[in-house]
Design a protein. Structure first.
Ligand code: G1P
Length: 275
């Protein structure tokens, strides 16, 4: 059973400066909802109620968001504005949130390792909130949990990207398993390779299910691309033992870590609300 979801949320969000100077990038809203709330909703819909959030300096707004604001509740009680808080109230009542800080920015792998005390010795999901995913039926994390239940090893979500964009992603190589057309046993993975070095055009997006042995591997993982401890490098160790599955998810993903992707997501959700 996957019962916990980790949200690495310590990064600076420099691509959105000056908006992210005093506001966490995870709190930037697509329409009226912050990115991280979409992520928490996805986890909850996938059956996960324990949210573990890796924060850093300047990220307190995230904790306040997932808490009751008595003053605000008092002000809007009984007014036409009250329904605007229905969704977030419901999340707060159904989930528990715990936090720990990443004191130094040493990469995504390091951020995930920082979560060890919150996760313990069990498989867990990871959502990178700036990859916003939509779906018609089961959301991406729910799809991945089904794959995890079958293979009982680490799972990464992938999508095909234009070859010239491989330098933005972790890129995998693998072979299809069990007569599927969307599930690969990973044989290689490289963090942000040039198009020439990339083993394929299948890129990892910000959804993972990780088995807890990843923590011991991360402790031994040396800084890689960009001098940072990379989750991709730690996963490669599991992949060498045949223990990583890549799953081409059903749905659409917006790269809300970039201004273009953020605007696309905003337009998409705006059109959706207008029917
Ligand atoms: C991280 C990972 C990368 C992955 C990407 C998905 O990179 O290191 O392997 O493909 O997330 O969004 P970042 O976008 O944090 O640079």
């Amino acid at each position: 059973m996957v019962k916990k979801c980790l949200f690495p949320a310590a990064g600076y969000g420099t691509r959105f400066l000056p908006a992210t100077k005093a506001t966490p990038k995870e709190m930037l809203p697509v329409l009226t909802k912050p990115l991280i709330q979409y992520g928490v909703e996805e986890a909850l819909e996938a059956g996960i109620k324990t949210m573990a959030i890796i924060t850093g300096r300047g990220k307190r707004a995230i904790e306040d968001h997932f808490d009751i604001s008595y003053e605000l509740e008092h002000q809007i009680r009984g007014t036409s504005k009250e329904p605007l808080l229905t969704e977030i109230r419901s999340l707060i009542s159904q989930c528990t949130f715990s936090y720990t800080r990443q004191v130094k920015m040493k990469g995504l792998g390091h951020a995930i390792l920082t979560g060890e005390t919150l996760i313990g010795d069990e498989p867990f999901a990871v959502i990178l909130a700036d990859d916003l995913c939509t779906y018609k039926e089961d959301n991406v994390l729910k799809q991945m949990i089904e794959i995890y239940e079958k293979y009982q090893c680490s799972i990464v979500a992938i999508e095909e990207i234009p070859k010239e964009e491989t330098h933005k992603y972790g890129v995998i190589a693998g072979h299809l398993v069990d007569n599927t057309d969307d599930t690969y046993r990973v044989t290689d993975m490289v963090e942000k390779p040039s198009p020439e070095e990339a083993p394929s055009n299948m890129a990892i997006i910000g959804r993972y299910i990780l088995t807890p042995d990843i923590f011991e591997i991360l402790k031994e993982t040396k800084p890689g691309k960009g001098g940072e401890i990379q989750i991709t490098d730690a996963l490669l160790e599991q992949a060498k033992q045949g223990k990583v599955i890549a799953y081409r998810f059903k749905g659409q993903r917006f790269d809300c870590g970039s201004v273009d992707g953020f605007v696309e997501a905003t337009n998409y959700f705006y059109k959706k609300t207008k029917g």
